[in-house]
Ligand binder design. Structure first.
Ligand code: HEC
Ligand code: HEC
Length: 337
């Protein structure tokens, strides 16, 4: 009863709160803010800008450099091994936000000279409503429960578990949120038809058919990242017989493996373009050795209590079996050159 009453009051508030304008919607319009204008339930993870020291710049520094500065004094590095952008892109990486696939993503990131990574993009993360979905419960157990619908908790879990670093202080966490709200989805990111755009504009200017407008916006992106853990091929010698595409495999090698094992040296293992390296990878591929590409891609490497950097696994949504076969084909062709 109380809920009904509150709900009614909320709707009355929205009707009352809507102020029609003659303004034209622009392509850089924030999708989340527009949804709020239409009366959608606001997202819960707005930054608390009243905490001392919170700023967008500081949030960006922590995400991209792992630390921030206060009056010339540098904060302690969040993690000894990584920064957030070791594993997450901060630009858009999926051409179709309603159906992000590893195939379309690899094409997109390689055209934009961006890495092909295990973590979901931080671009648009504030627009998502659940985190550590699907099989991540198998990896982190009960730790995922508080994160499921709480972006703050999701970031903290990643800071300590994925990043193997320290917990973020309140001003750091709020700063990261402040920064993440600058890389939220914009109207230009959604595949809107002219007709849909006209409907959005109409609702924006008149306050009519706002429910429809919300439906249109919400249908243009998925608000969570699915995650399915898969095993390496049952037969590592043959890769279960999937035929690989060499040129596609070259993209996997360059935009995934080499981002960490060549460009940034997140790892002791150097994956360069010499025949020796490819021979090594080929030799190990069919085995149960930790240097088997199948083994590391599907299971990652263990974190060893934060003492060393580790490699996160690729879920099915982040790398397909076909792409693994492509990588294998590329490694094989380079090894035999
Ligand atoms: C070593 C790699 C790595 C590092 C470093 C890392 N992450 Fe992650 N993060 C992951 C993986 C893998 C996931 C699993 C789920 C996903 O992203 O889809 C994840 C999940 C997340 C999620 C939940 C995403 C979702 O949709 O479920 C957030 C939020 C997040 N990380 C934020 C951060 C922030 C902020 C930092 C820096 C402080 C950071 N991560 C550092 C690998 C990493
Ligand atoms: C996000 C960064 C990242 C990406 C992307 C990545 N790796 Fe790794 N990888 C690591 C880290 C960190 C380790 C930990 C071991 C170390 O420091 O050598 C590792 C370990 C490995 C190991 C085992 C090394 C050992 O000594 O046990 C292999 C083999 C490997 N990676 C291959 C690959 C291949 C092949 C790809 C591309 C499909 C790839 N990695 C993509 C970061 C990454």
């Amino acid at each position: 009863m109380l809920r009904l009453l509150l709900g009614g009051l909320f709707i009355a508030f929205l009707l009352f709160a809507f102020v029609p304008t003659g303004q034209k919607l622009t392509s850089d319009q924030s999708v989340a803010k527009l949804l709020e204008v239409y009366g959608d339930i606001p997202l819960p993870h707005k930054p608390n800008m009243t905490v001392t020291g919170v700023s967008v710049e500081r949030g960006k520094d922590i995400v991209t450099q792992g630390m921030s500065q206060t009056g010339g004094k540098k904060s302690r590095q969040q993690s000894k091994h990584f920064t957030c952008i070791s594993c997450h892109n901060i630009k858009r990486e999926d051409p179709d936000l309603t159906n992000p696939t590893p195939e379309t993503r690899l094409k997109y990131v390689s055209e934009h000279e961006m890495p092909f990574l295990q973590g979901s993009p931080l671009y648009g993360i504030v627009n998502r409503r659940s985190f550590y979905n699907g099989d991540y419960v198998k990896k982190y157990g009960d730790l995922v429960n508080p994160t499921r619908h709480n972006l703050r908790e999701a970031i903290q879990l990643c800071a300590t578990e994925c990043s193997q670093g320290r917990k973020l202080k309140e001003f750091e966490l709020e700063s990261i949120l402040a920064y993440l709200w600058t890389i939220d989805l914009k109207l230009a990111d959604l595949a809107l038809t002219e007709d849909e755009m006209a409907q959005l504009q109409h609702a924006f200017n008149t306050g009519e058919k706002r429910g429809e407008a919300i439906k249109i916006l919400r249908s243009k992106y998925i608000d969570y990242s699915p995650a399915t853990f898969v095993d390496p091929p049952a037969d590592r010698k043959t890769g279960d017989g999937i035929k690989g595409d060499i040129s596609n495999g070259a993209l996997v090698y360059k935009y995934s493996c080499q981002y960490c094992h060549f460009d940034n040296r997140n790892s002791f293992l150097l994956l360069d373009n010499t025949r020796l390296t490819f021979q090594h990878l080929l030799h190990k591929a069919g085995t149960y050795d930790p240097h088997s590409i199948y083994q590391v891609i599907r299971y990652g490497t263990p974190p060893k209590g934060g003492k060393e950097a580790y490699m996160p696994q690729y879920t099915k949504e982040k790398m397909s079996d076909q792409q693994m076969a492509d990588l294998r084909a590329y490694v094989e062709s380079e090894a035999h050159k």
